[in-house]
Write a protein that binds this ligand. Sequence first.
Ligand SMILES: [Fe+2]
Ligand SMILES: [Fe+2]
Length: 152
Amino acid sequence: MYVQWSPRYVLGNALLDNQHRMLFLLCRKLDIAIKTGQSAQLIQRTMVEVKKFAEFHFISEQNLMLETGYPETEAHAKVHSSLLIDLQVGFSRIGHKAEFPEDLLYFLHHWLVNHFEQEDGKLAAYLKDCKVRPVGESLYAEMYASFGNAPI
Ligand SMILES: [Fe+2]
Ligand SMILES: [Fe+2]
């Protein structure tokens, strides 16, 4: 089992944590699709889900940085762009059967965790003490409170 959410990935920001958790959930779905021998078409479509949500998440995160004047916005956004390229390369290797799915899952786990712990960890620390608050900051916390204990 390579792709598995753990409480140690919590960064203490409702937007980041909610979306990171969803990203893990989709990667876990892909993990299950591969390991239960689903069709190539279904695996392909699940990879699209992961990629689209990753794009969405990176835009949300970049908006958050712009809203709060994060000084490393540009550098962080560049890392996002290269992460999306890495993801696309990994997915197309699977599509062309040039890589074992298990290698992709191993890659995905590190792809997620490294970025959370490095760049996103720095952003979460900045947001904690930042005087300029993000637009609609309480919305994610409200969502978390209402769905927090729901089964996913
Ligand atoms: Fe990020
Ligand atoms: Fe992130």
